[in-house]
Design a protein around this ligand. Structure first.
Ligand SMILES: [Zn+2]
Ligand SMILES: [Zn+2]
Length: 183
């Protein structure tokens, strides 16, 4: 399925989106960057068959933390299940995108209307080499979940280095998710 730009939506919409506020379980703690200790920026909310994927990466000092790397600790992808409610946003750090963008699912083999902002499933369309991560819990090669482009316009865009692309992976048995980006 393709993810198509579908205008603005509300910050706590339960539908696929970039930006806004993450929907999280009760025990959630907003992730902080292992490199700079700043609160990470919330990037995307993707409700999927396997659960809800939430993506964060560090934008406190862009280019200084290894927020492109799946294991450096400067990004975080979560796989949530159960009842989720809007997170409390930390008072410090670059935590939110400037706009909330709805993503509409559209079959990949049908003609599209509107900008394509990403894709669910299939195979990763690598800009660089294959960087499929291993699950941090069971070390199995992770399953590709989705990829995301930077965004629709300046306000709604993530910072993937200018023209980059984000990649999401999961290990469903371990409830793990991972994120990286390339350009
Ligand atoms: Zn950082
Ligand atoms: Zn695993």
């Amino acid at each position: 399925m393709l993810l198509i730009y579908d205008g603005e939506t509300t910050a706590d919409a339960p539908t696929p989106r970039t930006g806004g506020v993450p929907l999280v379980p009760g025990e959630f703690v907003w992730p902080r960057c292992r490199e700079c200790d700043g609160a990470m920026q919330f990037l995307a909310h993707l409700p999927l068959d396997i659960g809800v994927v939430a993506v964060f990466f560090c934008q406190n000092d862009p280019g200084m933390c290894d927020d492109w790397d799946a294991t450096a600790g400067a990004n975080r992808a979560c796989l949530f299940s159960g009842e989720l409610t809007p997170a409390i946003v930390p008072a410090d750090g670059e935590t939110l995108l400037d706009a909330v963008t709805a993503l509409r699912l559209h079959p990949a083999d049908e003609p599209t209307e509107g900008p394509v902002l990403g894709r669910l499933g299939g195979e990763p369309d690598w800009l660089q080499g294959d960087e499929t991560p291993d699950c941090p819990s069971c070390t199995t090669r992770m399953t590709f979940t989705a990829e995301l482009k930077e965004g629709y316009d300046y306000a709604s865009s993530a910072n993937f280095g200018g023209g980059g692309r984000g990649y999401l992976f999961n290990c469903q048995p371990c409830s793990e998710a991972a994120f990286l980006w390339q350009r």
